[in-house]
Structure formats: C-alpha cells, structure tokens
Design a protein around this ligand. Structure first.
Ligand code: NOJ
Length: 537
C-alpha cells in the first residue's frame, strides 16, 4: 500500500517556549529546537508540530496572532524559521505549524483597520453588531461580545476579548486568510494544525445557542454550541482550504475540532469530508477524556474507527498543551502511562506525541503568583489553567536542566532530575528507551501502522485484545488494564502457543512465564504484542 506520509506518521508536538532556550532568556526558541534536532530524530518520529510561533502579544501564548507572516522575537527571526525548515528537512522530518484562523489578536492590523469605523476598508473582516444579539459566550469566560468604543459596536470573540473572531462569511476575509496560508506553503511548511477549525463560521442571523442539560462548571459548557460553531458552511470553507493546500505536493491539514463534553468522534470525522476531501486528519480526544478502563477505551477506539472508516485516517493522541499530562492523570503510575502509549502506538493511523511524555514528565506545580495562563488566572482555584502541562523539558541533571542558563518561564516538574534525557539514555528500561523501541517497532512493521484493527470480543473485562493485520502479517495485541495478573486461553482465538511469538512487552521483567499450558499470561498493567504465524483469527 502506498500511503501519503501523514497517513501513518508519528508527530512530535513541541511547545516552543518550553523545549530549549538558546539565548538564555528563560524561554525556549527556534534556535533551541534546531540544536535538538538530533534528539528529535533519535526518537524515530516523522514530523514536528510547533505551537504558534508567529508575532503575538501573547495574551493566549501565541493563539492571538498579530502578524501571520513574521516570527515573534521571543522565538527568533524569519531567518531562524527558514533554517529550522531546511534543517528539519535534512533530517527527513516534516514540519507542521499551528495556524489560528478562527481569530486573530486585537492588535492585528486587520482588526485595527476594522475597528476604525463601519465604513473602514476592512469593516466586515470581523463579526460586529450594534447590540449584544444573543447568548453566545467566550470559552475563556464571560460574554462572547465586547464593546469597542472606537467603532461604537460589539465584536464577537470565541475566546478572550483580545482574540476577535474573523468573519469567514466575507469572501475578502477568506482571500486574505488564504494568502497567509499560501505564504507558508511556499516556504515549504509540510502541514498545518488548524486551531478550532469547526468554529470558523457562525450563524448568519445570530440565533441563541440552546441550553445543555446537566451541570458543568464553565457557563460556556452549559450551552449546545450549534450556532457559534459547526455551521454547515464551515465544511465548504475547509474544502476550499484543502484545495489550496493540495496545489502543493505532499502537504497536510490536521484539525482541532471543539466538541461538546464528552467527545463526539463523529463530529471530528465529519471534518474529513465524506471522501476525505476536507481535512487530511482530525483529532479525537476521547481517550484523554475517558477514564482508564479496558471496556471504555475499547468502546472509544471502536467508535472512532467506525466514524473514520477504512478509507480515511484516524489520529491517536494522549497529550497536548491543553490537558494535564497523561502520567499525571494516571496519578504518576508509570505502568499505566506505558500501557496507554502501547495502546496508542499499536493503532492504525497517525500518532501525535507531546514533548516530554517520552520521559514520563509530570505536570509542573505552579503557584497562583506564578501562573501565566489566562484561563488559570481567571478560574483559579477551581481550575488551575494549562501551565502545568507546559513545563520546561528536562535535558540533564543540575541547574536548569540544560533547558536554559536562566530560570525558566515556568517551573520544572518536581524531582526533575529523575526524568532527564541524560540519565534515561543510559537505562535500557527507561521510559525514553521504551518510547524509542516502540516507535522503532512501529516504523518497521507496516501492519502496525496501516493494518486493519479488529477487536476480539472476549470474557475478561480487564483486557483489550485486538489483531492488526496486513497481507501475510498478523499481530495479536493484548492489553491488561488491571493491576492483577490475567491469563487468556489461546483456544479463545483458535490458536496454540506454538503459533505465536512474543515481539514486545511493556514490562521488561515479567514475573510470569509468558505461556503456560494453553494460556497467555500477562502481568498487571502489561501490554504484549505477539506475532501470529498462522493466519486464522
Ligand atoms: C485551542 C488551543 O489548543 C488552545 O491552546 C487555545 O487557547 C485556543 N484554541 C484558542 O485559540
């Protein structure tokens, strides 16, 4: 099967502020990433995705862009980004940028022009109204409408007031946005992660969102967002964007789809288009929001596969800059974290990893006085914001852990010395070694990357069991979500022990003999990959 690179890639997400500081101001930058390309390559990943690096007042740490065509001086210069793209390509790493096309900064020249008056050249670039026309809210708190004195009208913002939403119903706005996208395509960027791409088009007549049932802490979540996002027209806009991107060879769009709580994989899949003519990939966050349970995770994965279908590509993600790190969600249980990664990396499709997870890096603890994230500042102490999962990378032992010579902009995780790359490189059983060997295994086995996944129904509710098959190759994957040893009979799958060979286990020192009589034995929280030499499952 000849697949495009993005159909079975492993992407490494970098939060540039926290990866590597090259000029010792305590904030990571592009030269820092260039310095660490060797390390990134050594993980075996295929691509890097950088959170926004464009010029920004940083009200939402780069998700408020004031110039799409330049790099924020905190991160470096245009020359640095050109060099990064060039060097990454020398390492055969694809480069994905984060594009925020739903909104800009309120300091963007388009907004400065738009707010001048109702007759300004860019009057309709944003969403303006004489009054507050409806109940739409900002996801970061408060009303979604803010009064602008200069123009004498209210403008709509899905997030902070400093992030006015662009008006995608205005063809001139769309032309301008596409101009910015084309600029980066011409520079050789391989793909874009599109921020909240299902929010871009709003209801033309500004109808009220209906109430949602149940109780959720954020007033924003007490509405069904049917009029301020997911309008049918957003699909046609995404199609147009895809057409533009496809005029360049081998490029890719992956979209963040905001969903109601809990996840809606069908919605995420709908943005791929019926025949794959919209986004190349979209994120489903169900495994992040679903508690650690074999039955629940199997249900999520099946639902996502079904929503996507065999003709399109699913993505698998456990971590990103918006959610508490998986190992912290698992109460620092490293076995659970390994198991989750094993489950993730043995699925078909595209894998997204987040810097530091390969070290088992925990959330940082951030005191109220040091809090940076606008969300944390607003909702503390009910919600501590997203700083915790954005802590600096730990490269080595000692002061500032090789991240910087100055104090970092956010604190390191506690006991950071335990997680350093320096130490973990020396230990064959470290989390880092585990990630490297699993990624390597995946990269050499087309059946793991592209093969069909079939879940095997069986009695034991602590286990997920599935096959991954392509042509003559077949793997049987067993994942034990319980802390207790579990045995499964080969007979359940019509096999004998001599039909299989162990290829990988998440536990390097299993206490059980793997095979006894006709059983496969798994330790607590162990995942095992077997190669099946007889094609009969
Ligand atoms: C989603 C991004 O992932 C998040 O970090 C950001 O704050 C919002 N979109 C607003 O752009």
């Amino acid at each position: 099967m000849d697949l495009a690179w993005w159909q079975d890639c492993v992407v490494y997400q970098i939060y540039p502020r926290s990866f590597q500081d090259s000029n010792n101001d305590g904030i990571g930058d592009l030269q820092g990433i260039i310095q660490r390309l060797d390390y990134i390559k050594s993980l075996g990943v295929d691509a890097i995705w950088l959170n926004p690096i464009f010029t920004s007042p940083m009200a939402d740490f780069g998700y408020d862009i004031s110039d799409y065509r330049d790099i924020d001086p905190i991160f470096g210069s245009m020359a640095d980004v050109d060099l990064l793209i060039e060097k990454a390509h020398e390492y055969s790493l694809k480069v994905i940028f984060d594009l925020v096309l739903n909104h800009t900064s309120n300091k963007h020249p388009w907004f400065l022009e738009s707010r001048k008056s109702k007759d300004s050249k860019k009057a309709d670039y944003y969403i303006w109204n004489d009054t507050v026309p409806n109940n739409w809210k900002g996801a970061f708190g408060g009303r979604g409408w803010t009064f602008d004195k200069q123009r004498g009208q209210f403008y709509f913002h899905s997030f902070l007031p400093q992030q006015p939403d662009l008006n995608w119903r205005n063809p001139a706005t769309v032309d301008s946005i596409f101009g910015e996208v084309r600029f980066w395509l011409e520079k050789g960027v391989d793909g874009f992660r599109l921020d909240v791409i299902n929010s871009i088009v709003k209801d033309e007549s500004f109808r009220d969102n209906p109430k949602a049932f149940g109780h959720r802490p954020r007033p924003y979540d007490m509405q069904r967002h049917i009029f301020d996002r997911n309008r049918p027209e957003s699909h046609s806009k995404v199609k147009m964007l895809r057409k533009l991107v496809d005029t360049f060879p081998d490029r890719m769009l992956v979209g963040e789809i905001m969903v109601e709580n809990p996840g809606e994989p069908e919605l995420a899949a709908s943005y791929l288009g019926k025949t794959g003519e919209e986004l190349n990939l979209s994120f489903d966050f169900s495994l992040i929001t679903t508690s650690f349970s074999a039955q629940k995770w199997q249900r999520c994965a099946k639902r996502w596969y079904e929503a996507v279908g065999m003709h399109r590509t699913p993505t698998w993600v456990m971590n990103n800059h918006d959610v508490s790190r998986s190992i912290s969600r698992f109460s620092n249980n490293e076995q659970k974290a390994r198991l989750a990664t094993f489950f993730q990396l043995t699925q078909r499709g595209a894998i997204f990893l987040y810097y530091g997870e390969e070290l088992g890096l925990r959330d940082s603890f951030v005191y109220r006085k040091d809090m940076q994230d606008p969300l944390g500042r607003r909702y503390w102490p009910f919600y501590r914001g997203r700083d915790a999962q954005r802590g600096p990378m730990v490269w080595s032992v000692g002061a500032n852990h090789g991240f910087s010579e100055s104090d970092p902009w956010l604190p390191f995780t506690k006991h950071a010395n335990r997680y350093t790359v320096e130490n973990q490189e020396l230990e064959p059983d470290s989390m880092l070694s585990f990630y490297r060997s699993l990624i390597e295994l995946r990269s050499h086995e087309p059946a793991l990357r592209q093969g069909m996944c079939v879940f095997q129904e069986q009695q034991n509710t602590s286990l997920i069991v599935y096959t991954r098959s392509l042509d003559e190759t077949q793997f049987l994957v067993l994942v034990n979500f319980s802390s207790k040893m579990q045995s499964v009979s080969f007979g359940e799958f019509g096999l004998r022990s001599s039909d299989s060979e162990e290829i990988f286990s998440t536990t390097s020192n299993s206490k059980q003999p793997r095979f006894s009589y006709e059983n496969i034995n798994l330790d607590g929280y162990e995942g095992v990959l077997l190669r099946i030499n007889k094609l009969n499952i």
